[in-house]
Design a protein. Structure first.
Length: 239
């Protein structure tokens, strides 16, 4: 009897161990495992004050009223290099809408020439431009698409040369308006790069020239400038 009981115990032992292990596995399987929380992706922000610089090209046209015929002489001011700086501030609202204000100043080398009805030479030389404008844009994470509009200023030197070769010139500041569009991309949390197109228009400015000969030229001169700029901004703060 003892031998038979021993044999039964030896025979049943593996099954008992297997049952115990199965119960332990079942108990462990029922323990809930907490999900691993992943950190939410950071949203790029455009809010903050910024400063920067730009380079590009300017081109446009001048128009002079002809005192002899009453018509208008229009000529291209050519294309010239420009470069300068900008300063501004943005406020990002509701993650998408970006509102801002920006002022810029550009040294410009845009010159052009034409002639009146008597073949007397006319010249225009735009020396600098400046704008103060509001901006409104849509942000798609690091990409900002915007439009702008506001006041424009320029210094323009106009030259008149009569048929005898005598010249006179006048330089003055002009005030007008500007409108433009642009794209800006956030490279890092503080640095961004942009490309922008601006149209500047200035009303007619009265002009009066007197040369050494008894020639007096009285006219009105208008000016338009188109500018294409590539620039970089540093924004204080950041996400």
């Amino acid at each position: 009897m003892l031998v038979r009981a021993g044999r039964l115990a030896v025979f049943a032992a593996p099954f008992c161990c297997a049952a115990t292990a199965g119960a332990a596995d079942l108990s462990l399987a029922r323990v809930p495992v907490a999900p691993v929380a992943s950190a939410p992706a950071a949203i790029y922000t455009w809010t903050g004050f910024y400063i920067g610089g730009h380079v590009g090209a300017g081109f446009g046209g001048s128009s002079w009223s002809d005192p002899f015929t009453g018509g208008t002489n229009t000529f291209s001011t050519g294309t010239g290099f420009l470069g300068g700086a900008q300063i501004g501030a943005n406020y990002q609202w509701n993650r998408v809408v970006v509102l801002g204000v920006e002022g810029d100043f550009s040294g410009v080398g845009v010159k052009g020439s034409g002639a009146d009805s008597r073949s007397e030479a006319l010249g225009a030389d735009t020396q600098w431009t400046s704008t103060v404008a509001g901006r409104v844009g849509a942000a798609f994470d690091r990409l900002l698409i915007y439009g702008k509009g506001g006041a424009a200023f320029a210094r323009d030197r106009n030259t008149f040369t009569d048929l005898a070769g005598n010249s006179a010139s006048r330089a003055f500041a002009q005030t007008g308006w500007t409108a433009g569009v642009g794209l800006e991309y956030g490279i890092t949390k503080n640095w961004s790069a942009k490309i922008e197109y601006d149209y500047l228009s200035f009303g007619a400015q009265p002009l009066s020239f007197s040369t050494v000969t008894p020639t007096t030229f009285a006219s009105n001169a208008g000016l338009t400038i188109q500018e294409v700029k590539a620039g970089i901004n540093f924004r204080f703060g950041g996400p």
